[in-house]
Design a protein around this ligand. Structure first.
Ligand SMILES: Nc1nc2c(ncn2[C@@H]2O[C@H](COP(=O)(O)OP(=O)(O)OP(=O)(O)O)[C@@H](O)[C@H]2O)c(=O)[nH]1
Ligand SMILES: [Zn+2]
Length: 349
């Protein structure tokens, strides 16, 4: 029912359409045109469909950039806005705690296949790399570490980063001479997201990877200097070879959201050792029979890494507990409203 890839003709081929995606559409029994959300907005969103770009209304669906959707085309010639009929289940979703601090989850990008954790070699913050790796693993996408600006340091940063990124490849790149770029290209696929602090070299890397400047930076607003990073008219770009990039400003800051699975995946060394702790809920602090602390004492595990793991876990527990508390609070409020309504009903009869 849905088309296979037709490179060059099919606009969606540039936006990640693949036989696997076609299968996911085939599993849906909703009729309509397949499309992908390239920029999710509050009111309307921008999509690319098999027929080309289309503005769509969400029609009650919660959309985010990268979503695969089934849309109904505008009904009449006068109408230019399509309607989203269904959103396919997401794979690889980058989530974080809502920046507003309302203890809510915010999905920043959906259907992501590769997360490139971008780290500048001259200013590596190991804890931050670990945090970004947790976020990346938690999304379900494959993390890859790009160590940029290797021309700016002589320190053995590569080895240090490799040690804290089990399961992920680490690639050294230099934008000046282009070294490491093809190696990085070989390790990324599908829909790609670059995360990392401001100045890590994400834009430089993206531009070098696709051989052109794809992120026109918005002009700096007079006075407040804002607007430098509120780039572009699109948040999803074709990178060539069927790869796409999602670049939304929100992706650059990171707070965890219920990232227990991500923490376990990013710290398999500690997770494996913890299986041998005497207590299943061992916090690896002062409990007897702690295999993690024992490994540190024997020099088999870095104490810094254990501390980093503990910090991330505490933060995650805190965020999760806060969300639970809010949920409980809402339920209590709902119950109160309901009982008040019932009382009013009987009183007014
Ligand atoms: N020496 C050197 N400088 C680099 C390299 N890669 C990037 N830079 C420089 O580092 C600075 C920051 O790079 P950007 O690509 O803008 O960093 P970014 O991560 O996109 O930053 P934001 O847009 O603020 O998130 C720029 O001045 C780049 O020219 C590199 O490999 N070597
Ligand atoms: Zn322990």
């Amino acid at each position: 029912m849905y088309p296979e890839v037709l490179p060059g003709i099919e606009p969606l081929a540039e936006y990640g359409w693949s036989p696997q995606v076609a299968e996911r559409f085939a599993d849906s029994d909703v009729q309509g045109t397949p499309g992908r959300i390239v920029r999710a907005g509050r009111g309307s969103s921008e999509a690319v469909t098999s027929a080309g770009p289309l503005t769509v209304r969400a029609a009650g669906h919660h959309l985010c950039t990268g979503d695969w959707v089934i849309v109904r085309e505008p009904a009449t010639d006068g109408d230019t806005i399509g309607t989203v009929c269904a959103v396919l289940p997401r794979t690889g979703a980058i989530r974080r705690a809502d920046a507003s601090g309302r203890s809510e989850e915010q999905v920043l990008a959906a259907n992501v296949d590769t997360v490139v954790v971008t780290v500048a070699a001259d200013t590596v913050d190991l804890g931050r790399v670990e945090r970004l790796l947790v976020l990346a693993w938690d999304s379900g996408a494959q993390p890859v570490v790009a160590l940029t600006k290797v021309d700016l340091t002589t320190e053995p940063v590569f080895e240090r980063v490799v040690a804290l990124a089990p399961g992920a490849s680490v690639v050294e790149v230099c934008a000046l001479d282009g070294s490491g770029l093809s190696e990085l290209r070989d390790r990324i696929h599908g829909t790609v997201v670059f995360v990392g602090v401001s100045g890590a070299g994400k834009s430089t890397l993206v531009n070098a990877l696709c051989g052109r400047d794809i992120q026109a930076t918005a002009p700096v607003r007079q006075g407040d200097g804002k607007g430098r990073h509120t780039t572009t008219d699109r948040e999803m770009f074709p990178l060539g070879d069927g790869m796409t990039l999602i670049d939304t400003p929100g992706l650059r800051g990171v707070g965890m959201w219920d990232a227990g699975a991500g923490i376990a995946a990013a710290f398999p060394d500690i997770d494996d050792l913890a299986q041998h702790c005497r207590f299943t809920d061992c916090a690896h602090e002062s409990e007897p029979g702690c295999a993690v602390r024992s490994a540190v004492e024997h020099g088999d595990l870095d104490a810094r890494r254990v501390e980093s793991h503990r910090k991330l876990q505490r933060e995650n527990q805190w965020v999760t507990a806060r969300a639970d508390a809010r949920l409980r609070h809402e339920r209590t409020r709902e119950a109160k409203v309901l009982s008040r309504a019932i009382r009013a009903y009987y009183r007014d009869r």
